[in-house]
Design a protein around this ligand. Structure first.
Ligand code: ZN
Length: 124
């Protein structure tokens, strides 16, 4: 059996749904949800409400911690490559391509390059 994770929503236990009411007969309390998998916020939250509650509480500190932008980023020909694919003429095989959003240049990719999250033509 997989391990249960706790929802990270700071208010999760305050939403009085039946599934959150846990405990022995005369000692039930509303509790933070536990699940083997959750769909929101990279698997950390049981609902969008809990995700939003976390963001309301912690987002400023999180942005400051990981680096707040202080000037705009610029898209240019050196960082405008995005991966994508087309279909071949009988729509049976994917043709992987890198497309430059500025120059509109296209280059072929192998499936391995497409799947490799570290492979990029963009300057870092
Ligand atoms: Zn929750």
């Amino acid at each position: 059996m997989s391990e249960l994770k706790l929802c990270q929503g700071p208010e999760c236990h305050t939403y009085t749904t039946k599934d959150r009411l846990k405990g022995m007969k005369d000692n039930k309390t509303y509790q933070t949800r536990r699940r083997s998998s959750m769909y929101y916020g990279s698997g950390n939250f049981c609902s969008m409400q809990c995700y939003n509650d976390w963001a309301e509480t912690f987002i400023d500190r999180a942005v400051d911690h990981f680096g707040r932008l202080t000037e705009p980023k610029h898209l240019n020909e050196n960082n405008a490559w995005t991966k994508g694919y087309d279909w071949d003429s009988d729509y049976t095989n994917r043709l992987y391509v890198y497309r430059n959003g500025i120059t509109k240049e296209q280059r072929s990719l192998t499936k391995e390059q497409f799947d490799d999250t570290n492979y990029t033509l963009n300057e870092r």
